[in-house]
Write a protein that binds this ligand. Structure first.
Ligand SMILES: Nc1ncnc2c1ncn2[C@@H]1O[C@H](COP(=O)(O)OP(=O)(O)OP(=O)(O)O)[C@@H](O)[C@H]1O
Ligand SMILES: [Mg+2]
Length: 451
């Protein structure tokens, strides 16, 4: 049963509110002052607070501030007389859920209470879901309950405490950097730095000094001394992103550093001992690079002591719903629209798409949906509008089921239908016309493909 804490110095007012709450099927506790209320709050579970603004000791705004410090989530509704509307408005800025003017209208009070409790319920549920959904590491939570993700979480937990080098592979947007951060956050190195370095983004000749640093005047343009990432990451974790793009010559130098755990700044012959855990990642096929002589085999074995492969999103479709829901809720909050949700038919639709950009693409889509959404719920037509037009021209490339003609044809059919429905804003009659089939045929196909 949900419990509401009522704070008012007037006995009559407390009674009126308690009776109202009881009628709404809620439990209530009353306090005469802010001090008493805070004492009660710290000892028992409270889902909502109704407080008078003007109180004998600390006032309603101070109560609100103290509550925010103790529990950032509990909704607080302020009760106030006409004269103090401005204060109430200020209180809203401090995070009050709403305020009610005295003398108040019972229906209005009921409505506000219900809304506040609903918000509370959703927040608690979201938090609970997040904890259930995957791996929570500090500020980062990795969502995933599909079997391959569970296996990865288990591996992360096993390797995190060690100093083993880890190579993370997977297509773009599958969460390689997120996993690298998780490994760091779960390791004894978490109080030292996690230093990411994108080997593809930096020109080859600068990458070396980026890694190892240089002395002043070491080469033309080296006007000041520079500390390399290896030194910055000392005691922590160095994340070598896109390692597959590192120039061959530099690979040898990196290997030596990894073996000896000692670096020399360019232009200096002083050795500096470093204690760095190296996590690297690539979305390239290093085996091919090695065969073609573009990646050193000895470095590969050094980096790949432990290998984590993140599967593409289309191979763990059961995670799409949870990911989408979490992203859209977060973006909604960020945009000040509250936790947005997805209409029931959205997830099955998202699960059909191939997601070439994986989780990042899904996240971006949900961001755009949150921006454009004008209610509390993201609808299927909106999502259709935002999903990229799926190319139906090249079945030989797009089919995920080998070379079977029937599945290729089905796939093209499904994509075309989706695309046309997107452009007709879900108008089936119009879509059937564009596709050159009867409406009945279209209905049949929709059912068959679960669209
Ligand atoms: N399982 C997940 N749960 C929650 N968010 C995720 C998950 N996987 C990826 N993301 C999010 O998706 C985005 C892309 O992830 P990330 O940057 O780690 O991908 P990446 O594999 O490093 O991609 P690239 O190869 O393009 O660099 C990030 O915003 C990340 O937070
Ligand atoms: Mg990345």
């Amino acid at each position: 049963m949900r419990r509401v804490l009522v704070i008012d110095d007037e006995r009559k007012m407390r009674r009126v509110l308690q009776i109202l709450l009881e009628k709404m099927g809620l439990q209530s506790i009353a306090a005469e002052s802010g001090e008493e209320a805070l004492a009660i709050f710290s000892e028992s579970k409270v889902d909502l607070v109704l407080t008078d603004l003007r109180l004998p000791g600390i006032d309603g705004v101070a109560v609100l501030q103290r509550l925010r410090e103790m529990d950032s989530d509990v909704p607080v509704i302020l009760l106030t007389a006409h004269a103090t509307v401005q204060t109430a408005v200020d209180a809203m800025k401090l995070g009050a859920f709403d305020y009610l003017l005295k003398p108040f209208d019972v229906q209005a009070v009921e409505g506000v209470i219900r809304n506040a409790l609903e918000m509370r319920r959703q927040r608690t549920e979201n938090r609970f879901l997040r904890e259930q959904l995957g791996l929570d590491v500090g500020f980062e939570s990795i969502i995933g309950t599909a079997p391959p993700m569970r296996a990865i979480f288990e591996l992360i937990q096993q390797i995190a405490p060690t100093k083993t080098s880890v190579l993370i592979t997977g297509e773009t947007g599958t969460g390689k950097e997120l996993v690298a951060r998780a490994i760091h956050n779960l390791s004894p190195r978490r109080d030292k730095l996690f230093v990411p370095l994108n080997c593809a983004a930096i020109p080859a000749d600068l990458l070396e000094s980026e890694l190892f640093g240089h002395t002043r005047g070491a080469f033309t343009g080296a006007q000041a001394e520079r500390t390399g990432k290896f030194e910055v990451a000392d005691g922590g974790t160095l994340f070598l992103d896109e390692i597959g793009d590192m120039a061959y010559a530099l690979q040898a130098k990196l290997l030596r550093v990894l073996q000896e755990e000692v670096i020399e700044r360019i232009g200096s012959n002083k050795s500096v001992k470093v204690d760095v855990r190296v996590v690297s990642s690539t979305n390239r096929d290093l085996a091919t690079n090695m065969r073609e002589g573009r990646f050193r085999e000895d470095l590969f074995y050094r980096l790949n002591v432990f290998h984590l492969h993140l599967p593409p999103l289309r191979e763990r479709r059961s995670d799409i719903g949870a990911l989408a829901a979490s992203f859209v809720a977060d973006f909604g909050e960020e945009l000040g629209k509250g936790a947005l949700t997805l209409a029931a038919d959205v997830v099955p639709h998202l699960e059909q798409y191939e997601w070439p950009g994986n989780v990042r693409e899904l996240r971006n889509l949900m961001e755009r949906a949150a921006v454009l959404c004008d209610g509390k719920e993201v609808s299927l037509p909106l999502v259709r509008l935002l999903l990229p037009v799926v190319s139906a021209n090249d079945p030989a490339e797009s089919t995920s089921n080998g070379f079977r003609l029937d599945s290729a044809v089905e796939e093209v059919e499904r994509k075309l239908i989706l695309r046309v429905l997107g452009t007709t804003n879900d108008n089936k009659a119009e879509a059937a016309r564009l596709l050159g089939v009867s409406e009945r045929t279209l209905w049949y196909k929709l059912k068959r493909y679960g669209l």
